[in-house]
Design a protein around this ligand. Structure first.
Ligand code: APR
Length: 230
């Protein structure tokens, strides 16, 4: 089976009602990144940070996967599909995708502020401010904040290096190292981009300038056709 790697960003969850970051009205227009998505912000006002992610978790639990998430699952019958997502929601999992790497963490989990490898599942939407881990550190959202290491980038790079087909959906490619993954994809691999807005990519790529709901279906239909006629 050919290997397909799909890099997703906030845009794939937009039609599920989850806000993107940099679109007009997006999260970074309403909140200062350095307040809610940095280690300094956590030390300055952890309660504000908890509240921000509690609200994100609530929105995620009230949302359902959309057609974009679901179409990617269809592909698994014909290809070895791996999702590399920058999203911290669990909509790919709930749609039924099997192989998912979360580059920027997961809203459903918390970790100790002292040891990011001490990870627990959060029950429901609320991580109560001040809850302690067994090591005495406060439990914090299991999210990769700006300036923090991105441990899952290594397995993501390995996948990209082996990709026969690479699909980018709903990301502005503003944030590194995620945005650099496309440069690890072999030159002979086919590349597709689904996004209603312009995204600058410095390689040959087939662009479908549509929302994920309709655009992903077009790519998936094309790839399934190719697999069947091969
Ligand atoms: N379908 C597909 N794409 C869409 C849709 C849609 N319905 N709506 C918006 N988009 C596109 C936008 O055009 C944009 O290119 O989704 C992209 C969203 O970009 P960003 O808001 O920058 O989100 P993302 O690229 O995922 O951000 C990366 O930045 O702040 C951090 O950690 C956060 O993981 C996030 C990272």
């Amino acid at each position: 089976m050919k290997k397909v790697v799909v890099l997703t960003g906030a845009g794939i969850s937009a039609e599920s009602g989850i806000s993107t970051f940099r679109d007009s009205g997006g999260l970074w227009e309403q909140h200062r990144v350095e307040d809610v998505a940095s280690i300094d912000g956590w030390h300055r006002n952890a309660e504000l940070v908890q509240e921000f992610y509690n609200q994100r978790r609530k929105a995620m639990l009230n949302a359902e996967p959309n057609e974009g998430h679901r179409q990617l699952v269809r592909l698994e019958e014909y290809y070895d599909v791996h999702i590399v997502t920058q999203n911290v929601d669990n909509l790919h999992e709930r749609a039924g995708s099997k192989n998912i790497i979360h580059l920027h963490g997961e809203l459903t989990k918390a970790c100790s502020e002292y040891n990011h490898n001490y990870i627990i599942d959060i029950d429901g939407w609320e991580l109560k401010h001040g809850t302690l881990a067994p090591d005495g550190g406060r439990l914090r959202p299991y999210i990769v904040w700006f300036g923090e290491a991105v441990p899952m980038i290594e397995p993501a790079i390995d996948l990209c290096e082996q990709a026969d087909i690479f699909i980018v959906v709903g990301t502005s490619l503003n944030v590194y190292p995620a945005a650099s993954l496309i440069h690890y994809v072999p030159p002979k691999a086919e590349c597709y981009l689904v996004d209603p807005n312009e995204v600058v990519v410095n390689r040959k790529i087939t662009t479908i300038a549509e929302k994920a709901g309709t655009g992903v279906r077009k790519v998936i239909d094309l790839l399934i056709d190719k697999a069947i006629t091969m």
